[in-house]
Design a protein around this ligand. Sequence first.
Ligand code: CP
Ligand code: NVA
Length: 309
Amino acid sequence: MKKDFLSITDIDGYELESIVADAMYLKRLKSTGTPHEFLRGKSLGMIFEKASTRTRVSFEVGMTDFGGHALFLNPADLQLGRGEAIKDTARTLARYTDAVMIRAYSHATVEEFARYSTVPVVNGLSDRLHPCQVLSDIMTLNERFGDLQDLKLAWVGDGNNVCNTWLLSAAMTGMEIVVASPPRYRPRDAVVDQARAAGGRITIVADPAEAVRDADVLYTDIWVSMGDEKERAERMQALRDYTVDSRLLARAPPDALVMHCLPAHRGEEITDEVIDGPQSIVWDQAENRLHAQKALLLRLIAGGMPATE
Ligand code: CP
Ligand code: NVA
């Protein structure tokens, strides 16, 4: 049976650990120039309803590293853009490709696509979730800390798709998550309930200083996600006290790390001195998209890392 990756909860803690271990191994192979064409002849379809730099390039380069091929599919150029049904597109692409990654405005589109696809489907970001990002972020924290159990992550700002995904990962990693958001932009109740029911330790507060006080990691993201542009003015107003700047960073422990999934709006949710400063690990996060997604694709398409001699 094909396996999808629409949510971080589509894998369990054991699979998460094994994907991260494989990703670290793939990172070593890449850095030593060791060929690893583990998906030779395989194709990944990539549908992007929204813009992308990291997701598009990392998936495409990843398939090239594996000796396979990735197809960038803009809905405006597909018959999808002229009204062909999602389910018909999904069934058709499954006859050509070995997996499909889809970035869509609505999470329902991603779910519908996956329901009708007979090959694995990867959520490359929806309005609700961004599981590939958090998979890579978990790898990045693993490189820094080893075990993540009991680390505390403070999410500062909009309780958006990346924040939702972090909450859903809490039970798997054992990390504690504190979200500081204005009431209107808190993460979705349904997600918080699901994350808590799974055993995740989650606190929601209003004050960013309270959230970062004893945090190991500070995480922020843009205030106006793709698809939220019509609320731009309200969001800028409501979130203006949630900037991760050097003043807020000074309220956190001195060795706290700063994360951002990128793209950043410098001067809004994060300042230049913080994102470019010594505590920032944002470029490692961006790099690890490549390695973590390669490990994921290997698992979904080929069942995991090939056995070595
Ligand atoms: N973080 C992330 O998904 O970046 P892109 O939108 O550039 O793909
Ligand atoms: N929350 C952002 C993440 C971009 C990678 C968005 O959805 O636009």
